[in-house]
Design a protein around this ligand. Structure first.
Ligand code: 13P
Length: 243
């Protein structure tokens, strides 16, 4: 399966950044699926700049309802209308900053699927949970309670302590966690669980991408900081295994 290299811009970026970034990623390698998830304010401009290309667009969150009196929120059909194909859900920054619990993330995931979007559902343990030997248990519980029945989307393993820190788990730990996530997906979703791509996220950089992306059951990367520079993002995409 082609790897998915997804850039999560988080709360960074200006309209003026779009043209140069978009033209750079249009020269992306063709052996991977490339996805840019900018802030909502840049989606429309990006959609115009990337029109007709293979580079996909995504949102960073959506509401569980298709419309309504929810000040400050964005509905999944709104993302679809502006040209997004994906939406990141349950990122640890949403779980922490906005107190999003698994049940909320599950409802949002259902809303995303109903709107025809591909949800990327994030899971991952904190440093304290890893040190306590609870990482797998925490991730299993997040999967169990965040993924709806009939989930069709992407899973992203992002250890909270590896986000923006320059630290990553060992290759052995990533391999073990991705194998465990695969087993959990199969147990939860049956055969469909075999087809879910599992991304790794947390301090993915051009320098470590080749080794991280070559690990078994790693189906791509969810990239934060390094996705803001087109050159670094493309270097990560180029590091993905071919076929
Ligand atoms: P960094 O790549 O900056 O560590 O962020 C990872 C992340 O949170 C992507 O969603």
């Amino acid at each position: 399966m082609r790897q998915l290299i997804a850039g999560n811009w988080k709360m960074f970026g200006k309209l003026a950044d779009v043209p140069a970034y978009a033209s750079a990623v249009l020269a992306a390698p063709t052996h991977v699926d490339l996805l840019v998830c900018p802030p909502f304010t840049l989606l429309d401009r990006f959609a115009a700049a990337l029109k007709g290309s293979q580079v996909a667009l995504g949102g960073q969150d959506c509401h569980a309802n298709p419309q309504g009196a929810h000040t400050g929120d964005i509905a999944a059909p709104m993302l679809a209308e502006v040209g997004a194909r994906y939406v990141i859900l349950g990122h640890s920054e949403r779980r922490n900053d906005h107190g999003e619990a698994n049940a909320v993330i599950r409802a949002k995931t259902e809303a995303a699927m109903a709107a025809g979007l591909i949800p990327i559902v994030c899971v991952g343990e904190t440093e304290a949970e890893r040190e306590a030997g609870e990482a797998m248990q925490v991730v299993r519980s997040q999967l169990q309670h965040s993924l709806p029945a009939g989930f069709a989307g992407v899973a992203a393993y992002e250890p909270v302590w590896a986000i923006g820190t320059g630290r990553t788990p060992t290759e052995t730990d990533i391999t073990a966690m991705h194998a465990d996530i695969r087993a959990a997906l199969l147990a939860q979703l049956g055969e469909a669980g075999a087809k879910i791509q599992i991304l790794y996220g947390g301090s993915v950089k051009p320098g470590n991408a080749a080794s991280l992306l070559a690990l078994p059951e790693v189906g791509g990367a969810l990239v934060g900081g390094a996705s803001l520079k087109a050159e670094d993002f493309l270097a990560i995409a180029n590091a993905a295994p071919r076929g």
